[in-house]
Design a protein around this ligand. Structure first.
Ligand SMILES: CC(=O)N[C@H]1[C@@H](OP(=O)(O)OP(=O)(O)OC[C@H]2O[C@@H](n3ccc(=O)[nH]c3=O)[C@H](O)[C@@H]2O)O[C@H](CO)[C@@H](O)[C@@H]1O
Ligand SMILES: C=C(OP(=O)(O)O)C(=O)O
Length: 457
């Protein structure tokens, strides 16, 4: 499949806090979109590169603010990081400090997972509690208990997780059962176990494709990890890892987002490269809603315009269940489906905040606890909206593409954290969307509820 267009300038847009997206909805999309490497793989693979004292040449790295921040975390640890296009070179032969910087770690989630690799390499790590999307309390108890089971002393004090291996020794293999199949805890512990003494078994491990991608990356450096992608992962510790050249998997959540973009605008678009097997619950749900999706090639999906969208029931679950990261985009889609849909968010306790913003666009959604009741409406109408987190922001942009008239979206810093130039990719598909500088109305704060006045660049 030949990409129809290539993306311009491989650098992030200027810091997005003062910019908004103006979307003129009601236009169909057409053409091909190139899917970038997976955010959640790239970030944890960067943490995994700390396990190796040789060169890590990582390909298909998405251009994201989170990747940039993670690079800064590694640099602050004394690691050599260079980024060109979608290639990242990391050399962690010399980690000069075990203390990760608070200002950076608190801006993203995956930075915390590096506690596993730093501890395995240095026997000591000081890691501030992480940031990331504000979608729940997001504790790190499973990471901590797993590291303790491997012989580390771990304490959280003043917002910092301090961990060390007593007597300057190595972590020890252990049998660890996770109460819930946490993606991050599985990854933290898998990385820690890679250089531990003996065998570690993680039971009730997360089965997300990004966990398997991290394991494949580590194995390509000489680690001995078996079973990643299943709920039992076995890791036989090795003394050290070697240089690697590795390519990250396509982002299944970005793919799902563009599938919903096609569905909500009743468009015919092609998406590649993708791994359809990573999208089974998403594709199944879209088909149930009435959307036709064709596998044009093993790595290429085509979505065709749906005649009618039908209501459905969605419950988010750990992989291979329906992904929580696709919940908000699907809520946007279901606002325009015929009938009453129910969405139950069972992974995070506070991930329905986009519902009230979608209602500004004319949706009919009520929320009770972790359940959203979505009554389909015939159309949406453009309005100013504010994104509360990454996928909530994507949902609002998608709804804006379908809404009549102009939608002004505020919250680009969320989108830029996790989508590789979403606005530009949508423009290339024919969407009427542009990034503009916001001029705040005097007396109204930038996160205030009064709609901002905007001018084009
Ligand atoms: C950077 C990254 O990869 N982020 C993804 C990762 O986040 P993250 O790794 O943070 O998500 P988890 O899988 O850990 O969280 C799942 C559930 O487990 C709970 N939990 C987690 C850890 C812990 O120590 N204790 C605990 O109770 C969480 O509060 C949550 O309710 O997986 C999520 C679930 O697919 C995705 O939404 C995020 O996009
Ligand atoms: C929740 C997400 O990201 P993070 O874990 O990085 O906050 C996400 O990607 O939807």
């Amino acid at each position: 499949m030949n990409p129809s267009t290539s993306l311009p300038d491989a650098k992030l847009a200027p810091q997005a806090d003062s910019s908004v997206l103006q979307i003129f909805g009601g236009h169909r999309l057409h053409g091909h979109v190139k899917i970038s490497g997976a955010k959640n793989s790239a970030l944890v693979i960067m943490a995994g590169a700390l396990l190796c004292s040789g060169d890590c040449h990582i390909r298909n790295v998405p251009l994201l603010a989170d990747v940039e921040k993670m690079g800064q975390v590694l640099s602050a640890l004394g690691v050599k990081v260079s980024h060109q296009g979608d290639i990242l070179d990391i050399n962690a032969s010399n980690i000069t400090t075990s203390k990760a910087p608070y200002e950076l770690v608190t801006q993203l989630r995956a930075s915390f997972f590096a506690i596993g690799s730093i501890l395995a390499r240095l026997g000591v790590a000081q890691m501030p509690l992480p940031g990331g999307c504000a979608i729940g309390a997001r504790p790190v108890d499973l990471h901590v208990r797993g590291l303790q089971a491997m012989g580390a002393e771990v304490q959280i004090e003043h917002g910092i997780c301090n961990a060390y291996v007593p007597n300057g020794g190595r972590l020890k293999g252990a049998k660890i059962y996770l109460d819930t199949p946490s993606v991050g805890a599985t990854e933290t512990l898998m990385m820690a176990a890679t250089l531990a003494d003996g065998e570690t078994i993680i039971e009730n491990a997360a089965r997300e494709p990004e966990v398997a991608d991290l394991a494949n990356f580590c194995n390509a450096m000489g680690a001995k990890i078996h079973g990643a992608g299943t709920s039992v992962i076995t890791i036989e510790g090795v003394p050290q890892l070697h240089s690697v050249d590795y390519s990250i998997i396509p982002d299944r959540i970005e793919t799902g987002t563009f599938l919903v973009a096609g569905a909500i605008t009743r468009s015919d678009i092609l998406l590649s490269p993708v791994v359809p097997d990573h999208l089974i619950p998403v594709i199944a749900k879209l088909r149930e809603i009435g959307v036709q999706i064709i596998e044009e090639a093993p790595d290429c999906l085509r979505i065709l315009p749906a005649e009618t969208l039908k209501a459905t029931y969605i419950e988010t679950l750990p992989h291979p269940g329906f992904p929580t990261d696709m919940q908000a985009p699907f809520m946007a889609l279901l606002t325009l489906a015929e009938g009453d849909s129910i969405i139950n968010e069972s992974v995070f306790e506070n991930r329905l905040r986009h519902a009230s913003e979608l209602n500004r666009l004319g949706a009919d959604i009520r929320v009770k606890g972790n359940t959203a009741f979505v009554r389909g409406v015939p159309n949406l109408s453009g309005a100013p909206v504010i994104g509360t987190d990454l996928r909530a922001s994507a949902a609002l942009v998608l709804a804006g593409l379908a809404a009549d008239g102009q939608t002004t979206f505020q919250g680009l810093h969320h989108l830029d954290r996790g989508y590789d130039r979403l606005d530009i990719k949508l423009q290339q598909l024919g969407a009427k969307i542009k990034r503009v500088n916001e001029v705040s109305t005097p007396g109204v704060t930038s996160n205030g509820s009064t709609p901002p006045v905007t001018i084009a660049n």
